[in-house]
Design a protein around this ligand. Structure first.
Ligand code: ASP
Length: 438
């Protein structure tokens, strides 16, 4: 079999008990040769993540307040882990070195990266694997942009020297050697880069859920798991995927045709979800999943003869760009165009945007609908199948949901509807029941 690359998230590394589970998982399969780790996460719901505490140290330093007591909490967690794991990696010396760097001028990236660094040292000792520091291998340019080709080459060369290794996630380095991190949750990206560099057969992403579910369990009771999903479908369901997997983690492995398997450290026998480019052969289900989000604003523009006014939409998009606003959808009719924008994006910007629209596009009317929700029903199984929309809209109608907006790409793999926030839950439930629990 080929090489397996594993990435463990913070909850899988929160304490010595979790690390023991990690050990059992890794050592149960000799193909599991490269392991990427996050920093220890929460042990219980109101616990702190090590990364958050490290950022808190930086905030203290920036405000000229002693960071000692916060750093002490971090030290205690790592010391207890070392003790309970029955290993000796010289954690005290490591912690002292970090403590000596906690002074004005220290970068947030350096401090934040130390959670992964220390966790990597512990995990390497527990597994009996080599420790490979990603600084100098995962490379960023002067502007902070990740350099994919250089990273791939350096990682491939370095890891070829190690039969088995643990690599801390989340960080790499700048051209001057200083530490640079990805955005939050970036260990997923490291895992993906490592998988690509060693030409892995699979990238196992171990977390605290057994893959994706067909719908949010807070909305639908006991939703079925998604066994297989394509990268394309996952993008369409990004409202759902984002909480499990960092968006940027998809690209390196997708390019290299390496599937991702989302697995649960606390339930390792569960097959989880496989994300790949190959649609599932057993497409007994028409839809793959339903995901949505509340709190969008729809701005509806009406202008007579809009369809023959050349450059109208281009000017509209330029106005959005000039106001630094990204949009979610742009459904249009003959004389109408609607822009769907998340409420957050519009904070403090709505009036300026409307003024610009009024001035530069001179629409006949503009209407604003607040408190809208978007729901995407996605599935390659929907493609070229008769009656899918009929079923979906009948279900919504039966549930008394007023559909305010419809958007279907011509790929036919998704139908996006806009409903009022208040109808969000009822809409998702009714779609799920119509397609899944029949
Ligand atoms: N520890 C970092 C964070 O909390 C990175 C990661 O876990 O992926 O964001």
């Amino acid at each position: 079999m080929g090489i397996k690359v594993l990435k463990f998230g913070g909850s899988s590394l929160a304490d010595a008990i979790q690390l023991q589970k990690v050990k059992n998982i890794v050592l149960s399969d000799p193909d599991r040769r490269y392991v990427v780790v996050s920093a220890p996460g929460k042990r219980y719901s109101d616990d702190n993540k090590i990364t958050d505490l490290l950022y808190l140290c930086k905030t203290h330093i920036d405000h000229n307040i002693q960071a000692d007591h916060v750093f002490q909490v971090i030290c205690d967690r790592f010391r207890i882990m070392e003790l309970n794991l029955g290993i000796n990696i010289g954690i005290d010396k490591e912690l002292e070195e970090i403590r000596s760097n906690l002074k004005p001028g220290v970068t947030a990236d350096y401090i934040a990266s130390r959670g992964e660094y220390l966790c990597g040292r512990l995990a390497a000792a527990v597994l009996g694997y080599d420790f490979v520091d990603p600084a100098g291998l995962i490379q960023f340019d002067e502007k902070g942009r990740h350099m994919e080709a250089a990273t791939n080459e350096a990682l491939a060369a370095a890891l070829s020297q190690h039969e088995r290794a643990v690599i801390p996630g989340f960080y790499g380095s700048n051209p001057d050697g200083s530490i640079r991190t990805f955005s939050r949750g970036g260990s997923d990206v490291t895992g993906s880069l490592v998988a690509k560099a060693v030409e892995a057969e699979i990238y196992e992403n171990w977390t605290d859920v057994s893959g994706f579910l067909m719908a949010d369990p807070n909305v639908v009771r006991n939703p079925k798991p998604i066994k297989n999903i394509t990268y394309k479908e996952l993008r369409e369901l990004s409202y759902m995927g984002a909480t499990v997997l960092h968006e940027d983690a998809v690209f390196p492995v997708r390019e290299a045709n390496i599937p991702i398997n989302i697995k649960n450290t606390n339930e390792p026998e569960n097959p989880g979800t496989i994300i790949s480019d190959t649609p599932s052969e057993a497409t007994d289900s028409i839809i793959t999943g339903i995901a949505g989000r509340k709190d969008f604003v729809v701005i509806a523009l009406y202008k007579n003869m809009m369809n023959s006014e050349i450059g109208f939409v281009k000017r509209l998009l330029t106005i959005l760009e000039n106001n630094d606003i990204s949009f979610e959808h742009l459904p249009s009719g003959i004389d109408t165009v609607c822009i769907v924008i998340s409420k957050k994006q519009l904070e403090g910007k709505l009036q300026d945007l409307l003024d610009d629209i009024e001035k530069r596009l001179k629409p006949d009317s503009v209407e604003i609908y607040q408190d809208m929700a978007l729901i995407a029903t996605v599935g390659l199984g929907m493609t070229r199948r008769l009656g899918v929309s009929a079923k979906l809209f009948t279900a919504l109608n039966d549930a008394g949901v007023n559909v305010r907006m419809i958007d279907q790409g011509s790929s036919e793999m998704n139908i996006i509807i806009g409903v009022e926030n208040d109808h969000f839950e009822a809409a998702i439930k009714s779609i799920y029941d119509a397609f899944v629990s029949e």
